[in-house]
Ligand binder design. Sequence first.
Ligand code: NCD
Ligand code: ZN
Length: 345
Amino acid sequence: MTQTLTLRRPDDWHLHLRDGAMLEAVLPETARHFARAIVMPNLVPPVVTAKQANDYRERILKALPKGMSFTPLMTLYLTEATDPEDVTAAFANGFATAVKLYPAGATTNSASGVRDLDKVMPVLEAMAEIGMPLCVHGEVTDPAVDIFDREAVFIDRVLEPLRRRLPGLKVVMEHVTTQEAVAYVRTADSGPVATITTHHLIINRNHILVGGIRPHYYCLPVAKRELHRLALREAATSGDARFFLGTDSAPHVDPLKECACGCAGCFTATNTMSILAHVFEEMGRLDRLEGFASLNGPAFYGLPANADRITLVKGAPVPYPAKIETGAGPVTVFDPGFPLHWHIE
Ligand code: NCD
Ligand code: ZN
């Protein structure tokens, strides 16, 4: 008997689409299954102003193949020079849905990020007032802090003090990777929500480092110990509406991953829904996939769930390309390490 699962069309609440030839190649991979995505602003140079966000949105829509529909929800890259009025105007006229906080130096293209939170308090205060969410890359950059501890330390040193100072600010802890982050979301009252990626439900740090170094499993925040992966799987499949999907699909061409100083990022747009169905089935919670991928995110952002539906069908393993070719070079598709039986009709 074939097993099928029908759900509201999902959205991706954290996505890197890049620009130019890369954008053209990766956009259909997302738009095939997802209706909307929160689009990250870490281009070079970054998307800082309302005008830049709107120009980028237009480039995305222009790159969308005929016959596909997709709504990019834009974010503004927070800098210490960001103008609060530009941000509030961008939110009011729909040019931007959220603001992205990168601690300076935390990840790919984050050099223009924030060093001193005091300098951006006027922007954050304005956002709290109008209900505009702050998407946070939650890792400290202090060289004295071990890379595997940077998320947990960020909660204590930065996030909790910020939330005490500005309790009205809507915060998304993005791509959480630790049991500490899961616990923080669960216990902080009227607190932050969190996105969880596809790949962090699959890999722990052994996958990156045992038996040879695997650059295509390297992303930031870096995957942690197995106990953290298990906490993420539990949170994602728990039905708790504070957790939802943000794939953080982050394409880099192979030469920039497979080298002496490889870029961080896993490209999961192509097979995310098949992998998620596998995980939720393994957890005995297929019925909760719709909440995680299609309902909880829109509820947080105050948007309606998508009206149309997708159907997943379980059958013989679905082949996925090992790489997609882009005008900028090949991009390796995330390999979950097991066959995928769920395909999207
Ligand atoms: C992202 C990228 O490549 O832009 N990389 C990653 O490892 N996730 C940046 C980010 O989200 O940290
Ligand atoms: Zn990201």
